[in-house]
Design a binder for this molecule. Structure first.
Ligand code: SF4
Length: 82
């Protein structure tokens, strides 16, 4: 597993970079979401144990929210048209 992690990290990074601007979480919000995930007991090897997603991939989509109850971070709606 360990020797595959650089490839996996690159794959997640490429996925995040490929998200269209209207879908992707603004960088500052993305960083704050990941900071919360990093301190979360549900994070296991980069994967959220509650939803099975790679935390970076989930956090990178603005409309997503943390699956915990209550959620530790919520959908990003700032800047969306009314
Ligand atoms: S998405 Fe939520 S529950 Fe999952 S690791 Fe991040 S903060 Fe924890």
């Amino acid at each position: 597993m360990a020797e595959n992690q650089p490839d996996l990290a690159r794959t997640v990074e490429d996925y995040v970079a490929s998200l269209p601007e209207g879908v992707r979480t603004p960088e500052t919000v993305y960083r704050s979401r990941l900071a919360l995930c990093l301190r979360c007991e549900n994070l296991r090897d980069g994967t959220c144990a509650l939803c099975g997603c790679y935390a970076e991939a989930r956090a990178a989509k603005a409309a997503q929210q943390c699956p915990a109850v209550p959620p530790r971070w919520t959908p990003e709606t700032e800047g969306e048209p009314e």
